[in-house]
Design a protein around this ligand. Structure first.
Ligand code: NI
Length: 192
């Protein structure tokens, strides 16, 4: 059985897993996603909070951009070593897989827990934090500032309308507005 202390152990696990990663997909990102997910979970009565927390903390533990694992090996091994039975590990891995953009494109997750974690991950991609992460990721992968700006139009500005939960949509509003004002200022400065 998963216990509440497993959540704290997952924080230590991802801190060591992502050590040295500085492109915005790091342990701090997963910890922010967890705290955003817990805020959303407060507003969704029919969800299991421990499952939400673990899904959020481990959602990038097998990200193909960073790890060459199969079948969620990092998350699954951690969970099994920290008391999860097969069904619990499977449930959390399913959340992780339904959050991943590359695996699902725009498919809506099936469980409230997965909807919450996906919203939290999307919230961390917009607003001031999202802007900082976009340029950190672009810089690490040799992209120009202009090509990071393209990413705003291709993906970030769309996220607000893809939110699954009411609270996620509400939280996305000010972050989305901040992206728009950033782009206004960017475009104005480019014309000077
Ligand atoms: Ni993420």
């Amino acid at each position: 059985m998963i216990q509440e202390k497993t959540v704290q152990e997952a924080v230590s696990y991802i801190r060591s897993l992502f050590q040295g990663n500085s492109d915005g997909h790091d342990a701090d990102h997963s910890i922010r996603v967890c705290s955003l997910a817990m805020k959303i979970a407060e507003t969704v009565p029919a969800c299991d909070k421990t499952t939400v927390a673990l899904g959020a903390l481990l959602h990038d533990a097998d990200d193909p951009k960073l790890f060459r694992t199969e079948n969620n090996a990092n998350a699954r091994t951690f969970l099994k070593e920290h008391g999860a039975d097969d069904a619990e590990a499977e449930r959390i891995c399913r959340i992780i897989n339904s959050v991943s953009f590359s695996k699902n494109r725009d498919k809506v997750p099936e469980t409230p827990e997965a909807m919450i974690v996906q919203d939290a991950d999307r919230l961390d991609a917009i607003g001031a934090v999202g802007i900082a992460r976009t340029f950190a990721y672009g810089g690490k992968h040799g992209r120009s500032l202009d090509s990071s700006i393209d990413h705003f139009y291709e993906k970030l500005l769309r996220l607000k309308d893809l939110m699954n939960t009411k609270e996620g949509r509400r939280m996305a509003e000010s972050r989305h507005a901040f992206l728009e004002s950033f782009l206004l200022e960017w475009n104005a400065e480019m014309k000077q």
